[in-house]
Every structure is written in C-alpha cells, then in structure tokens.
Design a binder for this molecule. Structure first.
Ligand SMILES: N[C@@H](CCC(=O)N[C@@H](CSC=O)C(=O)NCC(=O)O)C(=O)O
Length: 305
C-alpha cells in the first residue's frame, strides 16, 4: 500500500472527520476516502457506500451521522464512488452520463476493456480500503466492520454483504437498487431497444451504456452482483435492514429502479430475515438519509459490539 496522505481534519461531536488520499494499486489512480473517528480507542466501524454522482463528501456533509456515531463509539468509513482519472487518461464517454463512468462505479470489478483497467470498485472497497483505513487510523478496529449505503451504494452494501457474510457483521441499505439486472440502471437492453432513452428524476434524458453491459460485458455477468440473485444462494445469519422512502421518485416514477419488493420476495424464498421499512412522505435525497441514519447506526451498533 502506498503512503496515505491526510488532506483535512475537522473536529466533530468530540471525534474527528479525516479525509485521506493515496495511490490505489486496485484502480491505478489516486483515491480519496473519509473516516469519522469517534472519541474512543479501537472503534468498530461502519462502511457507507454512496450513490450515483457522489464523492465521499456527500455523506460526510449531508447525512448528519457523526453525532450518533460519536455517542455509540462507531467509526464511519466513506469511499469515493469511482476512480477519478487524470485528464490525460480519461476514458471515452467516462463523464457523459451520471449513471455510468465517473461517480458511478457500481461496486463491481470491470472485466470489459477499457473499464477493466481502472474500475475495480469491488476489490477497492473489500480489500484495499480496509488496509488503507488500518494504516491511516490506528484508532479504528477495521476487523470489526459492517456495511451500509444508499441507492447505487445500497446495491453495493447488499451485494458485498451477501458475498462476504463472514467479513461484514451486519448489512443495511437506504433505497438500494435491489435488482439491477432487471432495471435500466443495470442493463442497456441494446438488442430490444436500439436507442434506449430513459427519463431521470430531474426530467433530463439519459441514454447509452449502463452498468453491467458496460463494465462486465453482459447483463448475465451482472447476476453475480444482483442482491436478489445473491440472496437466493442462502441467507445471512442476521437480519438485513432496508429503509425506503415511500415517495421516492426512483420508486414511483415511470420505472421502478429500486425493486424492494423483488428483494423481499427473494429473501422470503430462502428465509432471509429482512426488516424493510417504508417511510411515508420521504424521497430519495439526503433529507431522507439524515432522518433515518440514527436507526441504521443503532442497528449496526448492536451487532458490532
Ligand atoms: N443527477 C441525477 C440524479 C442523481 C442522484 O439522485 N444521485 C443520488 C444517488 S442516486 C443512486 O445512486 C445522490 O445521492 N445524489 C447526491 C446528493 O447529494 O443528493 C439526475 O439527473 O436526476
């Protein structure tokens, strides 16, 4: 692991938010991440994976997680959502859409060239990031860890937690993309809709490469990264908590991009305990996350201690 450089420090509720950067051998680029270190020694930690368009800073600045994390003595680890290539190495189309390329790594290891050179966010989160946190913050007990995330990051949390049940003590998610092989954020569906156009929540039109076809070469390859498929392989030992805003545009719009009920059915089918909480009146934003982050911190705290 290369040297980890501290970029900033901010005291917060008796603990400290710290932001770091290092040269990642997994992505071949510099990567930034933030850690909240509570005012205790050897704090267990909760990884938070952000959604499309985010960096680590969306969670740090908008979720309001530090107060409860400080009270509970839990560290928070927030990575970026994709590699950020320098201008002279930028990939074609990398910055063209909000749901593919930069800010949209989907927490998979790309197998499709040219993305396979850099877009290895699964390995980054599961292997290199824990090592970097260990080096950067010796006060944090990285071996004792749980995982959560939002939207694309909720997909990341569910799939990583289901793939590595022995590593992550507990798993939760906010408005996760539960069944990505069945919704436009996953497949491009080029063969059935040659010029696919989907309307985003802000009314803009987005087209083109979508995550699994783009990064993995096919929708079928994405089944390995689909929470509904993964849970069918067998339940985790512990309950999974999912919070979902009932008025989320990605849930109630033209296309249900999130599919929480498909996840409920998949969990029911194998006896996976799922606490799926619909929250009336809440949308997809960080106003929703900051309203329910304490419930998730409490859920994880009881399993991390
Ligand atoms: N700009 C897009 C919408 C992008 C968006 O809603 N991003 C969410 C995550 S969505 C799933 O991964 C987010 O967390 N945004 C950051 C924030 O601070 O709110 C569009 O065109 O609609």
């Amino acid at each position: 692991l290369s040297a980890v450089t501290k970029l900033s420090t901010n005291n917060c509720f008796g603990g400290q938010w710290r932001r770091f950067q290092f040269d990642s051998s997994t992505t071949g680029t510099p990567m930034v991440f933030s850690v909240f270190v509570p005012p205790v020694q050897k704090a267990p930690c909760l990884f938070y994976l952000s959604g499309l368009t985010c960096t680590d800073e969306n969670f740090v600045q908008k979720a309001g997680a530090a107060r409860r994390a400080a009270e509970l003595g839990i560290a928070l680890v927030a990575p970026d959502t994709s590699p950020r290539l320098p201008e002279d190495r930028r990939l074609p189309g990398e910055d063209d859409s909000y749901d593919f390329g930069s800010g949209a790594g989907f927490y998979v290891d790309a197998t499709n060239y040219p993305w396979s050179q850099y877009y290895n966010m699964y390995s980054f989160v599961t292997q290199e990031l824990p090592e970097a946190v260990m080096v950067a913050c010796p006060e944090v007990d990285v071996q004792t860890r749980s995982i959560t995330g939002h939207s694309m990051g909720g997909h990341g949390a569910l799939t990583i937690g289901l793939k590595q049940p022995a590593v992550w003590r507990s798993v939760s998610a906010f408005s996760p993309i539960c069944n990505p092989t069945k919704v436009p954020w996953g497949p491009r569906r080029r063969d059935t809709q040659p010029v696919r156009q989907a309307r985003s929540v802000t009314g803009s039109i987005h087209t083109g490469q979508k995550a699994f076809e783009g990064y993995l070469g096919s929708v079928d390859a994405g089944l390995e990264h689909d929470a509904c498929e993964l849970v069918k392989k067998g339940p985790r030992s512990d309950a999974i908590l999912v919070s979902q805003g009932a008025d989320d545009d990605f849930l109630v719009g033209d296309t249900n991009q999130l599919q929480p009920e498909a996840f409920r059915s998949a969990c029911d089918g194998v006896g996976q305990e799922l606490d799926l909480r619909y929250e009336a009146g809440y949308d997809h934003s960080y106003f929703f996350i900051q309203s329910f982050i304490d419930e998730h911190l409490d859920f994880h705290a009881s399993r991390l201690k």
